[in-house]
Design a protein. Structure first.
Length: 397
């Protein structure tokens, strides 16, 4: 059985991390499965890749802060880059001959780069199944509806896709209702819950020992995902440490992210050199080990980080990204209303307020953890069951 996976990859690490997590679970569940992953993520080679998965690296497209796509490294205009990527996807699909294609987020791919592949496979391999994977929240409904209508995404799902799998909960955010899915496609939509992340590679005692941390210390993880726009959060936290009493045993892990601009990253590392209680990391592919070893988390509001917080059941302070997409703002606001986390909006972020919220989290962890247990984290087995059922393996989701 062959699965072709297309990972949307224009900004940050979120999409590729999520797709790799799904691929790994599918490979563990289906021994006969092999997966070919298509992605332009420059960090793909930085992750541990499971056996029976291979990948083709597409040239990088990058979405800037204003949301416009452009070539990240090659001196090519955007249309030429999209044509190159589309040709690579088409050639790969026709030669690989997948039983199922799993597409992340955009039914026609970035700037419609999947259109030729969809049409070609529908003609040459009509038995191939097509599944669209959506995260819990895409963007503000008004913006998403307008974009989906303009890009003919509703029609793409109606005519070409067999299923739409949503890694979220309809009780938190019902994409069918919020994004006005036409009745003809809503039967294809399956809500799978959130993705439970596996435990880290190191237990907390080993990690504490590696960093010289005592059991009596209070431990905090600060992470901004890929890091491209994470500097304000990390800088504010480090400034806030100046307000912490010197005799307070606070130890901090601060993960900059591989996509943070080098001059910003260097300034953070320079600060950490004079603060022995701060451990700076550029990147780790084992964030769960750090998450499980701390008492509280300070983060931005990306989907993967949120799932890691839920999986580790850690009190969290979350500062959402608010542009160009409102995805994080909506997610964090919903979860704050449920009592799952503490929200700080970017305009509210100051060293004083951040440290005040942190001390409150450290003093009252139980209430947040109780709220987290309301949320469904069984997305991976449901995704596997839906895909296997679609391929007539006789398993009912």
């Amino acid at each position: 059985m062959k699965l072709l996976v297309y990972s949307h990859d224009a900004y940050g690490l979120g999409n590729i991390r999520r797709m790799l997590e799904i691929c790994q679970y599918l490979l563990q569940t289906v021994p006969s499965l092999s997966i070919l992953l298509l992605s332009g993520s420059p960090m793909l080679q930085g992750f541990r890749l499971p056996k029976r998965l291979d990948y083709i690296k597409l040239p990088c497209l990058n979405r800037g802060e204003e949301g416009k796509l452009a070539s990240k490294y090659l001196k090519m205009d955007t249309e030429a880059m999209v044509k190159l990527r589309g040709d690579l996807v088409l050639t790969t699909a026709l030669n690989f001959k997948p039983d199922l294609v799993l597409v992340d987020k955009k039914p026609y791919g970035l700037k419609d780069e999947l259109k030729e592949t969809i049409n070609a496979l529908k003609d040459d391999l009509p038995e191939t199944k097509w599944v669209l994977l959506l995260r819990d929240i895409l963007d503000h409904p008004d913006r998403t509806i307008a974009e989906w209508r303009e890009q003919d995404n509703y029609q793409a799902i109606q005519h070409f896709y067999d299923q739409v799998l949503v890694v979220g909960s309809a009780e938190v955010f019902d994409v069918c209702q919020e994004y006005q899915f036409p009745p003809v496609i809503t039967p294809k939509v399956k809500f799978c819950g959130y993705i439970r992340r596996p435990v880290g590679l190191r237990d907390r005692e080993t990690l504490w020992q590696d960093y010289g941390i005592q059991k009596s210390d209070r431990r905090v993880l600060v992470t901004a995902g890929g890091g491209e726009d994470g500097y304000p959060l990390l800088h504010t936290y480090l400034e806030g440490l100046k307000l912490v009493p010197q005799d307070y045993p606070l130890k901090s892990f601060v993960v900059a992210g591989p996509e943070m601009p080098s001059e910003q990253r260097e300034s953070l590392f320079q600060f950490a050199k004079s603060h022995p209680n701060v451990q700076m990391l550029e990147f780790t592919d084992d964030l769960m080990s750090y998450m499980e070893a701390v008492d509280a988390v300070i983060a931005m509001g990306g989907y993967n980080t949120f799932c890691e917080i839920l999986s580790a059941q850690k009190p969290a302070i979350v500062v959402p990204r608010v542009r160009p997409s409102q995805e994080q703002l909506i997610r964090v606001s919903k979860m704050s209303e449920l009592g799952v986390l503490t929200q700080i909006l970017p305009e509210e972020l100051t060293p004083e307020y951040l440290i005040q919220c942190l001390f409150h989290q450290l003093a009252h962890p139980g209430s947040f953890v109780a709220s987290m247990k309301q949320l469904d984290l069984n997305a991976l087995p449901r995704i596997a069951n839906h895909i296997l059922a679609l391929l007539s393996f006789g398993i009912t989701p």
